[in-house]
Design a protein. Structure first.
Length: 291
DNA sequence: CACTTGACCTGTCCGC
DNA sequence: TGCGGACAGGTCAAGT
């Protein structure tokens, strides 16, 4: 479930590892994972070198010196794991540190981008994710980027803008509004539940019925939770790992997510799991009473 | 247009 | 032990 903090953690890692690396070969498992025509791959990817690694919303952008960008969405189970050839030989058959995933490629590997002295593995158990090679100047014109909302940790994202944009979804529940990427970018199921608990708002409350004071609190909680999660290297519930194949530790700081039947860290009431906006949803019934 | 639901996939877990 | 079904949840298409 890579959300903003997970994708940002991968970006940070790749930004230290990839610049100036020259692509020597690419292999793909399914067209769905990497749909570009072989002729484009040969012209714009093989022989190109990486100039920058960026993130917008939950999308990873690997810029190349050919004027093309590898646009990557990890969706739910995607991983981008870098291994230098030395490390791969040394750790390929498993590593004493069990936070590292095992030898690569494995059965979830969909794309391998090879460099002169390293490989980048795109693994994706459920095949929902993808990598697309797109001209850099056209990236911002992709439908998703034209519609996506502001970055919640950018200075431009003020509490006023947050409250204005929520009004697009005033008749739906607050959790569905937070998950709507056109309202704001980067929130998924984990950080929706965590920030709503922080602001003491029940996820099924209609946006128009949430008092302004609570929305202001929610704005603060979203930024707090996302920043903390980035600091902890993201959340590993099951599949997520960073660019080095290591897990994130936010889950051990989570207050409600995946903590059903455990005590609320604020009041001790037993946390419950329900379904809101079609998603598994975790709340404290005392801190977040339903209206 | 606003909003909800189902589809896309595979692996895991639970009940029979 | 095996087997069917529910569940995991980001995004888009299709439906109301």
């Amino acid at each position: 479930m890579p959300e903003l903090p997970e994708v940002e953690t991968v970006r940070t890692g790749l930004a230290q590892l990839l610049p100036n690396k020259l692509v020597t070969a690419v292999t793909t498992d399914t067209d769905k994972s990497f749909p570009n025509a072989p002729s484009d791959v040969k012209r714009f990817l093989i022989g190109a070198s990486v100039t920058d690694v960026r993130r917008r919303a939950k999308v990873l952008l690997i810029d190349l010196n050919t004027g093309y960008t590898l646009v990557t969405h990890l969706k739910m189970t995607g991983q981008m794991v870098y291994r230098s050839n030395d490390d791969h030989e040394r750790f390929g058959a498993g590593h004493p540190n069990d936070s590292l995933i095992n030898s690569l490629p494995d059965r979830s590997t969909r794309v391998i981008i090879e460099f002169e002295d390293a490989k980048l593995f795109f693994n994706d158990q459920r095949k929902f994710g993808w990598i697309r090679l797109i001209p850099t100047i056209e990236v911002e014109n992709l439908d998703f980027f034209k519609k996506v909302g502001p970055e919640p940790l950018s200075p431009e994202f003020t509490v006023q803008i947050f409250m204005e944009r929520l009004q697009r979804r005033k008749n739906t529940n607050i959790k569905a509004a937070l998950l709507d990427q056109t309202v704001l970018a980067g929130i998924g199921n984990i950080y929706a539940d965590e920030s709503l608990w922080g602001a003491k708002i029940h996820p099924s409350t209609l946006v128009k019925n949430v008092p302004d004071a609570k929305l202001k609190l929610l704005y603060t909680e979203i930024q707090y939770v996302l920043r903390l999660a980035i600091e902890k290297g993201g959340s590993t519930d099951k599949n997520y790992v960073n660019a080095e194949g290591k897990k994130g530790s936010y889950m051990s700081f989570a207050r409600v997510f995946r903590r059903e039947n455990l005590p609320c860290p604020r009041c001790g009431t037993t946390i419950i799991k329900t379904r809101v906006a079609g998603r598994g949803t975790h709340t404290c019934p005392k801190c977040q009473p339903e209206l």
